[in-house]
Design a protein around this ligand. Structure first.
Ligand SMILES: Nc1ncnc2c1ncn2[C@@H]1O[C@H](COP(=O)(O)OP(=O)(O)O)[C@@H](O)[C@H]1O
Ligand SMILES: [Mg+2]
Length: 262
């Protein structure tokens, strides 16, 4: 059996994929889960975020390979992220950009990450993949390997078009590559209930029945109405200033992950 795998994906940049991956992984590991974080973005932001600076030559790029399979075992690149926690990172490096180009000519190109994860399944309860901000072959590999996907997004009406496009891509992935891929939902990041355009955006998303994760939104709307929001900063579900939202997200993911193991 493969390791339960969650992709954090959206082809739009800056929506909170990397931050969500890191915060979610840390929180789940603190709850005793054996977590693998996979940086699958050539920009390697998650790797930098985790304080790993020497991944060149021993990153996920060398494990995946390019036109030919990689020569390094995944076990050889894993880094322990926080002492005392079962939380490991498969780091990325800019070489992953060349990997993506090379993969194009490879037989079984969409399934490379999925096969790789099967080989290390016994070590982890959950793998979380931080996807690049595009719909290239790395993202396709991540969505083909994943059991579930969370889609972080801005609370902006002009994000809708992107979301439709992304949801359409998920449909295609299900049809062609991974029928079991579950959408856990769209995660609204940067939500500030005091801003009318944020509230309107969420209302529109709800009205057109986008699969929003019900995290944070309702309670903060109510708080805003009765004037109880104290913070001056925009609230965001994964940040330390929003611990309740973070706990809700962790609970949703834990419930989902447990379902797969039963
Ligand atoms: N929910 C949020 N609220 C406020 N700032 C955020 C939030 N999510 C991300 N950020 C900030 O926005 C920037 C981009 O986030 P990041 O997680 O790197 O996005 P992505 O991986 O989707 O490109 C980072 O500087 C991060 O600290
Ligand atoms: Mg990122």
């Amino acid at each position: 059996m493969n390791v339960r795998t969650l992709a954090i994906a959206n082809h739009k940049a800056g929506v909170g994929k990397t931050s969500t991956t890191h915060a979610l992984g840390t929180a789940l590991a603190q709850n005793g889960q054996r977590i693998l974080l996979i940086d699958f973005d050539p920009q390697a932001n998650l790797t930098a975020f985790c304080g790993v600076e020497d991944a060149a030559g021993a990153s996920i790029a060398e494990v995946i390979g390019g036109g030919l399979p990689g020569k390094i075992s995944p076990w050889d690149i894993l880094r322990e992220i926080l002492p005392g926690l079962y939380l490991f990172l498969a780091p990325a490096d800019l070489a992953l950009a060349a990997t993506e180009l090379g993969l194009g000519g490879r037989m079984g190109r969409e399934f490379v990450l999925r096969r790789l994860l099967a080989g290390i399944a016994r070590g982890f309860d959950l793998a979380i993949i931080d996807c690049p901000s595009n719909l290239g072959l790395l993202t396709v590999n991540a969505l083909t390997a994943a059991n579930g996907v969370i889609i972080p997004t801005f609370p902006q009406v002009d994000a809708l078009r992107n979301l439709w496009l992304f949801l359409g891509t998920l449909e295609q992935i299900r049809r062609e590559l991974n029928p079991d891929l579950e959408t856990l939902g769209i995660l609204v990041t940067y939500f500030d209930p005091r801003l009318t355009h944020h509230r309107v955006a969420v209302e529109v998303m709800q009205a057109v029945r986008l699969p929003l994760m019900p995290i944070g939104i309702k309670r903060r709307e109510i708080q805003a109405k009765v004037g109880e929001v104290e913070t001056e900063e925009p609230t965001a579900i994964y940040l330390p200033n929003a611990p309740e939202e973070q706990a809700e997200l962790v609970e949703v993911v834990e419930r989902w992950a447990a379902k797969g193991h039963s």
